[in-house]
Write a protein that binds this ligand. Structure first.
Ligand code: PMP
Length: 328
């Protein structure tokens, strides 16, 4: 790391959603002031990694509660390791950057933080072409306003099972958040939306359920909560981990295993979990209608949102609380 992020000069003037302040290559800068060049390696070859983290605004204490910050940053570091991207920031450094980012952007609302690292320039002597060594890394973190969907009753997600298969872990590691691999889910989502659905569910190359485009899948079958296991070519979602913990605490039997496509269609309840969609009940899959959210999906969603907003004492340790005391 080039210096303590908090010791670096902050950007002059207040940040606003239109001119957010970002941390890029060890400096605080405005997002629009960062000039990309066409030679950036990650742009050509998808050799980048990222993560996505939510911060929940709580009016009472004028704070942003950043959910599972260290877990997300640990996964980000693991993704970097997969692609040999050298970010040169310890976990504490990364957490400090995230906290500074929230403070500097000073947004009194829910936000989304995006750490990103990508292969940038060939080092002297490195030949032109695809490679992950002999290349410099850019590390950046920025945030944008992103209101939570909340626990209120909303129309469920209408899903189509995609004809595109989830890229197998043996081809592109599914447990890393690798920019290039998002071509896979972009194609699946595009196909689902073109067919009139909101979301795609992808099967893996063995024909079992993997995950939705940017979320994990849960099914309630009788009294059992089922979700594809880590060997199903999934990103091991952090919201998924939260739900596994909530379900255990509720006394539900939870099973991680291969899930057949037909189990999706015959489940009592299906819901998706992810930082972006939070806990999203599924109302339809391939024309089979489930209708409104079932009781277990609803209960888990309520507990998750209570935890995110810091209500109750359970799961308090999920949040890193960042007070915005000097709001402008
Ligand atoms: N799968 C994929 C492919 C994703 O991009 C995401 C979003 N990060 C998820 C699952 C859910 O992960 P998380 O709960 O950590 O956001």
């Amino acid at each position: 790391m080039t210096g303590q992020p908090d010791n670096l000069r902050v950007v002059e003037g207040p940040a606003s959603p239109a001119t957010p302040v970002a941390y890029i290559d060890g400096r605080w800068t405005r997002v629009e002031d960062y000039g990309l060049t066409v030679t950036i390696q990650g742009l050509h070859y998808g050799t980048g990694v990222f993560d996505g983290i939510r911060g929940y605004w709580t009016e009472e204490d004028q704070s942003v509660r950043v959910l599972r910050l260290r877990d997300h940053l640990t996964r980000f570091q693991a993704s970097c390791r997969l692609l040999r991207l050298e970010v040169n920031h310890s976990l504490d450094d990364l957490a400090q950057v995230a906290v500074s980012l929230v403070k500097q952007n000073n947004h009194a609302g829910d936000i989304y933080l995006r750490p990103l690292a990508f292969a940038t320039r060939l080092r002297p002597g490195s030949p032109f072409g695809v490679q992950i060594t002999g290349v410099t890394t850019t590390f950046a973190m920025y945030c944008v306003p992103m209101p939570s969907n909340g626990a209120a009753e909303v129309a469920g997600v209408r899903c189509g099972v995609s004809s595109w298969r989830r890229v197998p872990d043996e081809s592109i590691p599914a447990r890393g958040k690798i920019t290039g691999s998002y071509v896979n889910v972009a194609l699946a989502l595009d196909e689902a939306q073109a067919a009139g659905y909101d979301e795609a569910i992808l099967l893996n190359h063995r024909g079992f359920v993997a995950e939705a485009s940017t979320s994990n899948v849960f099914l309630l079958r009788g009294s059992e909560l089922v979700t594809p296991g880590p060997g199903s070519d999934i990103l091991e979602g952090i919201t998924r981990t939260c739900v596994l913990q909530i379900a255990n605490d509720m006394g539900l039997a939870v099973v991680q295993r291969d899930v057949h496509r037909s189990e999706l269609l015959t489940a009592d309840e299906v819901f998706l979990t992810g930082t972006g969609c939070e806990i999203a009940p599924v109302s339809e899959i391939d024309g089979r209608v489930f209708g409104e959210a079932g009781p277990v999906s609803r209960q888990i969603r309520q507990i998750y949102h209570d935890a995110a907003r810091g209500r109750g004492i359970r799961y308090r340790d999920w949040a890193t609380t960042v007070p915005l005391s000097a709001r402008l």
